[in-house]
Design a binder for this molecule. Sequence first.
Ligand code: UDP
Length: 397
Amino acid sequence: MVPDLRARRAWTLPHIPDPALVLARLLVVLGTRPEAIKLAPLVYELRRRVPAEAVHIVATGQHAELARRALAAFDLQPDHELPALEHGLSLARATAMMLSRLDEVLVELEPRWVLVQGDTTSALAGGLASFHRGIPFAHVEAGLRSGRLDQPFPEEAHRRLLDGISDLLCAPTERCREHLEREGLSRERIAVTGNTGIDALEWMRRRSTPWPEPACLRGIAPQTNVVLVTAHRRESWGLPLRAIGAALRALAIAHARDSRWILPLHPNPAVAAPLRAALGDLANVHLLAPLEPAELWACMARATFVLTDSGGLQEEAPSLGKPVLVLRSCTERSEGVDLRIAELVGTEVHSITSACDRLLRDPVALQRMRPQRNPYGDGRAAERIAEALEARGAFAR
Ligand code: UDP
């Protein structure tokens, strides 16, 4: 069903005095939690530079509830919400549905520029729909490459596809710029900006310091190790997730007295069920519903280290001085690995238990992995992206 954007327009654009502005809209497309978190600072920055009513957020319905909650954590809400996608749709069907619905949105709103972020199906659909309509679009977080098309799947392919057709490539790091140039993408299309996820963390730090203490941290003695764990990647579903569960079980039992394991679980049953089955009965393991970003960062700030397959957590942990063990065999965030503040531990039981065990038992090893700086961003990425857009005439009336 095509969303009734005409009805929405009545309340989303009530104050626009100049009809010319209607054609100068910037459309921010997002569908999942990380996109909402990473685009929130950019929405603020754009609304600082152009009339706020001209910057629209459209939520694709991919992970409707998580995205809405993440935006709300930054006091934002979607201006247009497409119908929530059912769980378990094939990638092709989800892409097709979002692509055709977003096409309707583009026809209705006629944005001057579109912004998409990262590597999700929503980002792909947003970028492709803009390309098909001849509307320029910016790809925020361009140029990340794991070097393997199947890992992460389908995200690595989405990034390459988006980068190939995007008009402005916002590369978070110099390494990302090099990847893009090596692929023959012209320098004029690229801006090195930093990662907006760090802006989001700094935004929240300014607002919430000290971090609110989530219930799961209450009463934990200062000398107890806390490990923050997240795992949700599609390529880990099945056997790898069962191995992660088995490794965590062994670790939690071996360190029953001196460790707590905090696991905010992704709501997808393919992720939550095997971890619940492996860990549900252990007193020092906290299996939680998804946390608010500020709560998640509070847990990270208290953690001894982070064990994760998440891209966002790999980027954020250095800002809070935390080493990361990455539950993957390769990563597109290789800057951390090169600086030795992150280590790839894969998804085999033994490699996970031995790496965690080392950091729990050996303070020197832990200290050596402690980040001194964040290679992914400095909290000013949104500013640089807005400048790059302005230089390309995106704000012109
Ligand atoms: N996050 C959150 N609550 C949680 C787990 C993660 O707010 O319970 C945030 C996290 O801080 C990061 C983003 O969600 O900003 C990462 O999302 P996810 O791991 O789902 O995706 P990825 O980064 O791997 O694309």
